[in-house]
Design a protein around this ligand. Structure first.
Ligand SMILES: Nc1ncnc2c1ncn2[C@@H]1O[C@H](COP(=O)(O)OP(=O)(O)OP(=O)(O)O)[C@@H](O)[C@H]1O
Length: 788
């Protein structure tokens, strides 16, 4: 499937490119390409697609494609109305000047496809006439047709597959800063490793000497026993040798005790050290994730985020603690073993080391495969966690729609992938372990055969003790060298797993604080929107189209309008969950971008449709996020929100404010939860209070209670707090100072309830009439049914 894209059509598309994309492309991809001009051109190419895409970039350094440098970024593109405007997918863009490639994937599954099979055709390139920098080509979507396998294509495919695997030193360097944060402990653990390795090394040596002494004694005893004339002399020799024998035995015992103690202390400190590293990692990652804007949480799924924070970090921890310890220990042992073996007999040592190259090759293959499988395993794990999260959190829907079987099948399908992966992993590990066992035994055979020959020849180059020592050291050597490969494989694969976390950590929030942002703000509650234009980052649809409005201090304003008209979006912009693409929002005469995010958000109390409660008591949930408050503040907030009233019922709440709310507040009713959330918002003493459909999810009784609390609050405190309400039930907002009607992202009309009702063609009036007729209809229906 080939396409031709004229520069003209690209220019047209460029006009409608939203700022998010420009920023995204510049920040995420084009900081590598480092040309703004290039950014604009590439951005254009993504416009108008309706599916989800993954955008990745890889650098081509001569013939070397560095897959490690891929920056994968999930990009959702919302569709263009115009079919003609859509680009075929997936797409490969080649930056000729920079010798870099950018790929657009249609979906996650295609991510690993051999997309480099396709090189841009001349026809595609013609489509970008006038663009000196880019070549553009659609990438192959499997059509059943045989691909043309040119030499070049084959070469590229090979390179990509090969390059996806190597150990990424930069990732590991990043990970290594964690043990370095605990330098003293790290040094201590390593010293203990070296000492225990030395102790371990001494044991075979003493054993060899002991055997030599025993054989010498036995020989001498036999000689003296067979010659009666030497009886006295012989018995004297035996006594002297027995002393040496017991000295060596004692030495062996001391070294053994030292080795045991060292191993014990090392294991103990190692455990604490590892946990400290793991904690640091988890804390850092959580800190980073929480510093990202909301788009991050909308881009990655919950399950994926949780899986990265748990499974991937667990592997990463072992890469920089447990496995690195093993690696260091085994490296020490291997070096010591080789040195001692050479000292004992260089000939036997060379014979033992002869099969080593084969072993190294096998180890390298095993390591590469292990990394590949680990990365895949982490992806599967993330998907499983996501699935489980969806099923558990949507359990009511699952049960109500009787889709248990369907969900189990979906889960099973994912589990099957794990089994298939486990089979591949099993083959890889099995082959490696079998070959390593084979080489170990071969090593012993070489020592016995060749070493035995040297011991038995006329010059008796080796004693029985030497031979035993060599056997023990060669066994240690083969086990330590195979363990090197094993622990290195684990480090490499864990590093691979951590790359997923790193990808996430590279996220650049679009909402940024100015370096000179103000920490302490005292807004009066006056808000102004000036020509605010906004689209969500993952969408091209303009939600707000140049909104301008002013809300005065202490005003009680309601936002109404059809679903999707942008009411909640206005509130999101006030909190700076997102920034508008153009236009500004002011608190008094200060642009909200001039404030620190925390300061800004602390001045706003938000009560949304779904009350979110955390594990703890009613009190801990109310004071959540507020550090400085008095007893009076607490009493005022809880009374104003109507919490005091229901908590005072000693029969239902014998523990009062200390009542545990359970996970997500399951022990409370919807209305009670919502009132706790209102009290939480009030305790902040906000200057702006937002109710975003705060009562719409409640039943009639709960709604009445919460609405009464809100009304009372507004009547008592409306002079000090600006109250913004989004409401679908218009009966709840008739007393507002002003009602702003939004439609299609613009302010369609505004005024008091009465003023708006007076406009016979007004949207508000229509909304009211529709609701009244709905109520009347439902009453009529009730009446009918009753009559029936
Ligand atoms: N995170 C998001 N990403 C992309 N688009 C979004 C996102 N949130 C909302 N939208 C879209 O923005 C538009 C306005 O949404 P908004 O929630 O502001 O509407 P609303 O007027 O509050 O609607 P409702 O009354 O149904 O809550 C809708 O078309 C919606 O699909």
């Amino acid at each position: 499937m080939n396409i031709t894209i004229s520069i003209k059509s690209i220019e047209n598309r460029m006009e409608s490119l939203n700022n998010f994309f420009m920023l995204k492309m510049q920040n995420k991809l084009l900081d590598k390409v480092q040309e703004e001009n290039a950014a604009n051109k590439m951005s254009k190419l993504f416009k108008g697609n309706q599916n989800d895409y993954y955008v990745s970039m890889k650098e081509e350094d001569g013939h070397q494609i560095e897959m490690n440098k891929i920056q994968r970024k999930k990009v959702f593109l919302s569709g263009s109305e115009d079919e003609e405007e859509r680009l075929p997918t997936p797409t490969l863009i080649v930056n000729k000047e920079e010798n870099k490639q950018i790929q657009v994937y249609q979906n996650q599954e295609n991510r690993n496809s051999d997309i480099l099979d396709e090189v841009p055709t001349q026809e595609n390139i013609d489509g970008l006439n006038g663009s000196p920098q880019f070549e553009l080509s659609p990438l192959s979507i499997p059509t059943g047709k045989k691909k043309s396998k040119t030499k070049k294509n084959k070469l590229k495919k090979k390179k990509v597959k090969h390059q996806a695997l190597p150990f990424n030193w930069n990732t590991y360097k990043f990970l290594l800063h964690y043990p370095l944060q605990h330098l003293k402990l790290t040094i201590l653990v390593n010293v203990l490793i070296v000492l225990s390795a030395v102790a371990q090394m001494l044991l075979p040596w003493i054993l060899g000497r002991l055997i030599d002494e025993i054989t010498k004694n036995v020989e001498q005893a036999q000689q003296s026993g067979s010659n009666p004339e030497n009886n006295n002399k012989g018995s004297q020799n035996v006594v002297i040798d027995e002393e040496l024998h017991s000295t060596l035995s004692k030495q062996f015992l001391y070294v053994l005790i030292a080795y045991t103690i060292l191993s014990l202390v090392r294991a103990f400190i190692n455990q604490i050290w590892q946990e400290m590293i793991y904690n640091d990692m988890r804390e850092d990652v959580l800190k980073s994730f929480l510093s990202f804007d909301l788009t991050f949480f909308h881009t990655y799924r919950n399950g994926e985020i949780i899986s990265r924070m748990t499974n991937d970090l667990q592997s990463a921890k072992s890469a920089v603690s447990g496995n690195i310890i093993l690696l260091i220990r085994n490296c020490c042992l291997t070096i010591f073993n080789i040195i001692i073996l050479f000292a004992l007999s260089w000939k036997v040592t060379l014979a033992i080391l002869a099969p080593m190259p084969i072993f190294i090759v096998l180890g390298t293959i095993h390591t590469k495969m292990a990394k590949k499988f680990e990365k895949l395993g982490q992806e599967y794990q993330a998907k499983l966690t996501t699935l489980a999260d969806e099923i558990v959190s949507g359990v009511v829907t699952v049960k109500s729609f009787c889709t248990e079987e369907f969900e189990i099948k979906k889960f099973h399908k994912q589990l099957d992938l794990n089994i298939k992966l486990a089979q591949k992993r099993g083959v890889n590990t099995g082959c490696y372990q079998a070959s390593s066992a084979l080489f170990t035994q071969l090593g012993s055979l070489i020592v016995l055969w060749y070493g035995g020959k040297l011991a038995m020849n006329s010059s008796a180059e080796l004693s029985a003790g030497d031979l035993t020592t060599i056997i023990l050291y060669s066994l240690q050597l083969s086990s330590s060298s195979s363990d090197i490969s094993e622990s290195f494989a684990k480090i490499v694969s864990a590093t691979g797993a951590f790359e997923g976390v790193l990808d996430m950590l590279k996220w650049e929030s679009l909402v940024k604080e100015a370096p000179d942002a103000i920490d302490h703000i005292t807004p009066t509650g006056e808000i102004q929107f000036k020509k605010v234009v906004f689209s969500y980052p993952n969408s091209q649809v303009q939600v707000l189209k140049g909104i301008s409005l002013k809300i005065t201090k202490g005003e009680y304003v309601a936002f109404v309008g059809p679903s999707g008209s942008g009411k909640s979006t206005i509130m999101h912009l006030l909190e700076r969950f997102y920034d508008p693409q153009s236009g500004s929002i002011y608190f008094d005469d200060m642009n909200i971008k001039q404030f620190k995010l925390k300061a800004l958000r602390k001045s706003i109390g938000l009560v949304s449709q779904d009350p979110v409660l955390f594990e703890g008591t009613i009190e801990t949930n109310i004071v959540y996020g507020t550090e400085n408050y008095t007893k009076d503040d607490f009493e005022w907030a809880t009374k104003a929100a109507g919490v005091w009233q229901f908590v005072s019922d000693k029969f239902k709440f014998p523990h009062g404010f200390d009542t545990f709310v359970g996970e997500h507040g399951y022990t409370l009713s919807g209305g009670q939860k919502q009132r706790i959330v209102i009290a939480r918002a009030l305790l902040k003493r906000p200057k702006i209070l937002i109710f975003d459909e705060a009562t719409s999810a409640l039943d009639a009784e709960s709604e009445f209670q919460v609405q009464s609390a809100i009304d009372e609050l507004i009547q008592k405190g409306s002079k000090n707090i600006t109250v913004l309400v989004i409401a679908h039930r218009l009966s709840t907002i008739v007393n507002c100072n002003r009602i702003i009607v939004l439609q299609n992202g613009v302010v369609a009309e505004q005024g008091t309830h009465q003023e708006l009702l007076n406009n016979p063609d007004g949207i508000y009036r229509q909304l009211v009439e529709r609701q009244i007729s709905g109520v009347i209809d439902s009453k009529d229906n009730d009446g009918d049914s009753e009559a029936q």
